[in-house]
Design a protein around this ligand. Structure first.
Ligand code: HSE
Length: 336
């Protein structure tokens, strides 16, 4: 599958790594021969219509250099040029999330739709700001748009709701959706770490957003909740509709007070008749009370009742595994 990959941070590099690791099985089991014909990072581009060697991409990034160092293709091209001018079937968007205007992702999606490229995006920004119009535009342009990686890291949260609970009616969802804040709260509780030290560790482990205030102030969890609310509850939510409160003001004193009563503090995102993200004191033995960068999502549905799905909510390879899941689904749904 001829692919244009934009974004080579933790997620983009992990996607490349996983394509390499699973090369044989993707080909044998799904008939996917993924060829990266153009790639862009924040500093430049590389283009090779015959396919760029993935190990070359990974090695240049390992040395903290731009793919433009690979010296292939016209260096003056922008990411948008790549999408508009290069013959490809798929755009993989691994750019950092921006919840102000969704850029650069919003324009990349727009160009891909215009030029009839299917899309895998790990970027929550555009969907959190304008979910229904983006999905509508993809349908109108006959383009497959997949965004499993936007919620739950590697955990198939959207798929569980969409496929496994398809015949039921989901009434509400309550979730721990942000790995970084869950890691911070867990480490403040278990090891008595300071907020700043725990955040630093979460960044080193590759959990945090490029701009970690998105995690800490609850916007990342809120963006994910918007996507879940639209897809799984049919609510036309946008980020501005939510009441959002992060964990910046949680102190060691708050954590200790909760702990003394057998409780813990978690950043909970909920959607029922209203949608909100806020720190909540919950019993430590509540099944939703997961540790570290795990996420947990409780679905309350009309007939099946309560079901909880738990898994790794952040991390490069975890998120890349969700993107490969999307790749397989796109291959299975492509009109040949
Ligand atoms: N920064 C996000 C988190 C990454 O911590 O959950 C996964 O979306």
């Amino acid at each position: 599958m001829r692919t244009i990959l934009i974004g080579l941070g933790t997620i983009g590099q992990s996607y490349c790594q996983l394509l390499e690791n699973r090369k044989e099985d993707l080909l044998t089991n799904y008939g996917i021969d993924s060829k990266i014909v153009a790639v862009a990072d924040s500093k430049g581009v590389a283009i090779d219509e015959k396919g760029i060697n993935i190990s070359d991409i990974l090695s240049v990034k390992k040395n903290n250099k731009s793919v433009s160092e690979l010296s292939i293709g016209d260096k003056s091209k922008t990411s948008i040029d790549l999408i508009e001018e290069i013959d490809a079937e798929l755009l993989v968007d691994a750019t950092p999330t921006n919840i102000q205007d969704g850029e650069p992702s919003a324009s990349l999606l727009e160009s891909a739709m215009k030029t009839k490229k299917n899309i895998i995006t790990a970027n929550k920004g555009p969907l959190a700001l304008a979910f229904s119009s983006i999905v509508e535009k993809a349908d109108y342009n006959n383009v497959i748009l997949k965004y499993s990686a936007t919620v739950g890291g590697g955990t198939p949260v959207l798929e569980f709701g969409r496929k496994c609970l398809e015949a039921d009616k989901i009434l509400e969802m309550h979730a721990i959706l942000n790995g970084t804040t869950n890691y911070i709260l867990t480490e403040m509780d278990d090891r008595g770490l300071s907020f700043q030290d725990a955040l630093k560790e979460a960044q080193e482990l590759g959990y945090a957003e490029t701009d970690p205030t998105l995690d800490v102030d609850g916007f990342d969890a809120a963006a994910k909740l918007v996507i879940m609310g639209n897809l799984l509850l049919g609510k036309e939510l946008v980020l501005n509709d939510l009441k959002i409160d992060g964990i910046r003001d949680i102190t060691q004193k708050d954590i200790t007070k909760a702990k003394d009563n057998g409780n813990t503090i978690k950043l909970i995102a909920s959607v029922n008749n209203m949608a909100k993200v806020e720190p909540v004191v919950i019993p430590k033995d509540d099944p939703m009370s997961v540790a570290g960068a795990l996420c947990s999502v409780k679905f309350v549905s009309e007939f099946a009742g309560e079901e909880i799905i738990i898994g790794k909510g952040a991390g490069g390879m975890e998120t890349a595994s969700a993107m490969i899941r999307d790749l397989v689904e796109i291959k299975q749904n492509m009109r040949v």
